[in-house]
Design a protein around this ligand. Structure first.
Ligand code: AMP
Ligand code: ZN
Length: 259
């Protein structure tokens, strides 16, 4: 049997921590491509396992936590993380390192990661923490609208630059609203109605944020005390956030910093 754990020897691991809708997905995607650092995304890995449905017991367990915005228990998380990252490393033996998106999310997981790094002889970078205030995160989440015809057409009614240009008009000439009384926008590209994803409904957003505060705030404090945290202002324009992360990771990757 192949020992996949060897594939992580001397690899750099870059954990990213941010509140939900803190811009982590956007940033990790840019950096992953630019520096050839494949991303291990915990949430997507869980969603893929559920979709595959090969392990009905695991699927049911994941569903029961994820549908409530709760963290999956540590044993399962660590097992899926170890197997998933080792497999990713086997597929990308040429990569200098990997981005970790969504792991660790609490102190217990951070300790498990440190242990795994010793086992793998991998090198752990400081966690890159995108600091975004909860008010902004909430506005980003609750303002998000998706085109009902093409989920890649994404808008945000709380951001002037990203708001749809047209609203649906009712037969009486007033602006049409959904059951919650929110104006229904129309897609700029194909004029299809815009919808709110269940994940972005205010109650779900509140639940996810409460869980984040409970689990991840102590993690951030813990990492800060240990000197394992690199904090970045995540409220800046996305390009500035990227630059700030780049000046942090370039020296670690042995690249001279761009100016
Ligand atoms: P995300 O795609 O990062 O929003 O994650 C979606 C859901 O997957 C979360 O709400 C959790 O239920 C679960 N999840 C993702 N990452 C972790 C983790 N590190 N520990 C426990 N549960 C997680
Ligand atoms: Zn559209």
């Amino acid at each position: 049997m192949t020992d996949f754990s060897k594939n992580l020897k001397n690899k750099l691991l870059f954990p990213f921590v941010a509140p939900p809708n803190g811009g982590k997905g956007t940033q990790t995607q840019i950096l992953s491509e630019r520096y050839h650092l494949p991303t291990f995304d915990m949430g997507s890995t869980f969603r893929a396992i559920m979709k595959e449905g090969k392990d009905p017991e695991l699927k049911a367990e994941l569903e029961s936590y994820m549908n409530n915005g709760k963290l999956v228990p540590i044993k399962t998380v660590v097992k899926v993380f170890q197997k998933g990252l080792e497999a990713l490393a086997a597929d990308h033996s040429e990569a200098k390192g990997f981005i970790l998106d969504g792991f660790p999310r609490n102190q217990e997981q951070a300790d498990a990661l440190l242990e795994l790094c010793q086992h793998w002889e991998a090198e752990l970078s400081k966690a890159i923490y995108l600091n975004v205030s909860l008010d902004i995160v909430k506005a980003r989440a609750t303002g998000r609208r998706f085109c009902s015809e093409n989920a890649r057409h994404v808008y945000n009614v709380n951001d002037e630059c990203l708001a749809p240009k047209q609203q649906k008009i009712s037969p009486d000439g007033s602006i049409a609203t959904d059951q919650q009384g929110r104006a229904i926008g129309l897609c700029d590209i194909d004029q299809a109605e815009l919808i709110v994803r269940t994940d972005d409904e205010p109650q779900t957003v509140e639940k996810r944020l409460a869980e984040y505060q409970k689990e991840t705030n102590p993690l951030i404090e813990h990492l800060q005390e240990k000197g394992y945290l690199a904090e970045i202002n995540g409220e800046q324009a996305p390009e500035k956030v990227t630059l700030a992360i780049e000046s942090l990771i370039q020296p670690i990757l042995g690249l001279s910093t761009a100016s």
